[in-house]
Design a protein around this ligand. Structure first.
Ligand SMILES: Cc1cc2nc3c(=O)[nH]c(=O)nc-3n(C[C@H](O)[C@H](O)[C@H](O)COP(=O)(O)OP(=O)(O)OC[C@H]3O[C@@H](n4cnc5c(N)ncnc54)[C@H](O)[C@@H]3O)c2cc1C
Length: 572
């Protein structure tokens, strides 16, 4: 359909006067509308082969919430020079920084929060997707399948748990089972190994708890599970181990461009130069692009809520179970904006129910609403009919960063020569990162070489990041030996997750220098169990104060300002 016709349709359907402008890379939309979902829907109508949509239709009466920026102001980075500056400490930025350290390069990663994995990489399902839902050739498919294939190797190197235990997509009708044959053929074509259809008897053997309603299942054995924040942290730590610098509480505030080249990066911690800049800023990737006058795509934030279930809940499946399409929803199969979700058994053995997908106007709005929680429960609890709402022990939301084209952008800018975009990294970004990080790093290195820089391999690169001790995984004999060596490993601080003082101290001595309650939580799961930190948080606060030689009132939950205690009511 021509743009003129779409403009007329938009006026009729949404009552919006949209103006359209085009250049060689993008279609730019402007106008005003009083409904965010309509703005996103209008943006999608203008998606056209070979061009990106930049949607500047304004939501009437809405003031965008101010972006989180660190209060810290110093000159720690002033007048420094870097070969590569990576913006954003999510899985994209951390994995790319680590891949770059395979070369002798001065690499700086800047993250505006007080730890890595604070954006989408810290709030997602951790499913290493097989890729069965992706219908067409696209970067999500290319890197999703390639990333999945190397996950075991990467996690082994980085000392992170990874479980490849597959995913069952349940059918409750024989007709759907017939249609699923097409998915099996497509998976074969896309190089996704082992996808097959299980009959009622086979699925009942694998997961007896679905016998009452499943007539069969699509089984994807290559689906795996990882702790997304632990992997992100491990990538960052390995990058530091190999020479990169990670600067936390550091926000990029501006990019100075001269003659189509970034000549200076401006932050709250000083101004510095970079031969090449990599944009991995998640939901802010288009804003970072705009700082360099290179905004040719737009991100529309899409929130997903997950519910964490009590592992002791009655009838909870022991495997990851998603509900396949029903006859009613068949027409939407593979077209939705989530990968299905369901009951997911995480890498840590917990259970998540979700997620949903809600388009939102504010990029950092990771709030949870009762409406989303009810929707998630109603949508996914069908895979476990005995589940009750009081089996929910915690909940969280994360915000995805899709473009209107719903694909990743991993390329060097056509307008600003030393600028690489890694944007639109929505699901399956966790799955795909091990693969796209290698290509993104190669784009940077190729560019640097093209400018005459002799980029040499880093002979001291060590891909192995030492695996942190997890007492829970040790045999009694191993644990006993460890305690004899260091009695702190025998003092349990977090009772729910069985985390010892030794593990907490180990987490606090991390190479990124993070000493916060949530930093400990992300590293060793202390406070993530049934009581959600009710018992261990005061103890951990005290341990942090001791380790950091500061007052308890100085200890923060996460970002500066999130102090746990405001004063002492008695000596502790
Ligand atoms: C609910 C949900 C479920 C998901 N489930 C899965 C799944 O099961 N499997 C899967 O493969 N994928 C999943 N995803 C997708 C996955 O989480 C993302 O694709 C991935 O985490 C994106 O990583 P990123 O590094 O690109 O972005 P982010 O993790 O968002 O990182 C971007 C970082 O940039 C920083 N930043 C932004 N602006 C600046 C600035 N100006 N200066 C400095 N720093 C800045 C931010 O603070 C942030 O830390 C899910 C996503 C959600 C929300």
């Amino acid at each position: 359909m021509s743009f003129d016709k779409i403009v007329k349709y938009v006026k009729k359907r949404y009552g919006v006067d949209v103006t359209v402008r085009e250049d060689e890379r993008s279609v730019f939309l402007a106008g005003e509308c009083d409904n965010w979902a309509s703005i996103v829907a209008i943006g999608k109508l203008f998606v056209t082969e070979g061009k990106h949509v930049v949607n500047d239709i304004v939501l009437k009466g809405h003031d965008e919430k101010p972006e989180y920026l660190p209060q810290l102001q110093d000159n720690a980075l002033d007048n420094t020079d870097w070969d590569v500056v990576v913006i954003g400490g999510g899985i994209s930025g951390c994995s790319i920084a680590r891949e770059l350290t395979r070369n002798k390069l001065k690499v700086l990663l800047v993250e505006k929060h007080s730890d890595v994995a604070r954006g989408a990489s810290g709030a997602n399902n951790g499913m290493v997707h097989a890729g069965i839902d992706l219908k067409h050739q696209c970067l999500k498919l290319k890197y999703g399948v390639a990333g999945n294939a190397i996950y075991g190797e990467v996690c082994k190197d980085l000392g992170v748990d990874f479980r490849r235990s597959g995913q069952y997509v349940i059918f409750d009708s024989r007709l759907i089972r017939f249609f699923a044959k097409g998915t099996v053929k497509r998976a074969e074509r896309h190089g996704i190994p082992g996808v097959r259809i299980l009959n009622k008897k086979q699925i009942a053997e694998a997961e007896p708890r679905v016998e009452s309603f499943a007539v069969g299942a699509l089984y994807a054995p290559s689906t795996g599970y990882v702790s997304p924040y632990q992997l992100t942290i491990a990538y960052a730590e390995n990058a530091v181990q190999n020479g990169a610098i990670v600067s936390l509480n550091t926000a990029v505030l501006g990019l100075d461009v001269t003659d189509g080249k970034i000549v200076r990066v401006r932050t709250n911690r000083g101004r510095f130069t970079a031969r090449c800049v990599v944009n991995c800023a998640g939901v802010f990737a288009d804003k970072i692009a705009a700082m360099a006058g290179d905004r040719y795509f737009s991100i529309h934030p899409r929130r997903g809520t997950d519910l964490m279930l009590d592992p002791k809940a009655e009838g909870i499946p022991t495997q990851t179970i998603s509900m396949g399409p029903t006859l009613k929803s068949l027409s939407r199969f593979g077209k939705g904006s989530t990968k299905g979700g369901g009951v997911i058994k995480t890498a840590d053995g917990n259970y998540l129910l979700g997620p949903d997908a809600v388009e939102i106007p504010d990029r950092e709005d990771s709030s949870t609403s009762i409406e989303s929680m009810n929707n998630v429960f109603d949508k996914h609890s069908c895979v476990c009919p005995t589940l009750k709402k009081n089996d929910i022990i915690a909940f969280f939301s994360g915000v995805r960063a899709p473009t209107y084209e719903e694909d990743f952008i991993i390329e060097r800018s056509a307008k600003v020569v030393n600028f690489v975009h890694v944007a639109g990294i929505q699901s399956p970004g966790i799955t795909a990162a091990p693969a796209f990080s290698k290509d993104a790093a190669a784009i940077v290195v190729d560019y640097l070489r093209s400018t005459g820089i002799d980029v040499q391999p880093n002979e001291r690169f060590d891909p192995v990041r030492p695996r942190p001790v997890k007492t829970k995984k040790l045999t009694m004999d191993e644990w006993d030996k460890l305690i004899k060596n260091d009695p702190d490993f025998g003092k349990i601080i977090c009772r729910c997750e069985e985390i010892s003082l030794g593990e907490i101290k180990q987490a606090l001595r991390n190479p990124l220098g993070v000493k916060t309650i949530d930093g400990v939580k992300r590293r060793v799961r202390a406070g993530m169990g049934r009581c959600q930190g009710g018992f261990c948080m005061p103890l951990i606060t005290k341990i942090i104060a001791e380790e950091s030689a500061c007052e308890i009132t100085d200890v923060t939950k996460d970002d500066p300002g999130s102090n746990i205690a405001v004063g002492k009511i008695k000596e502790v």
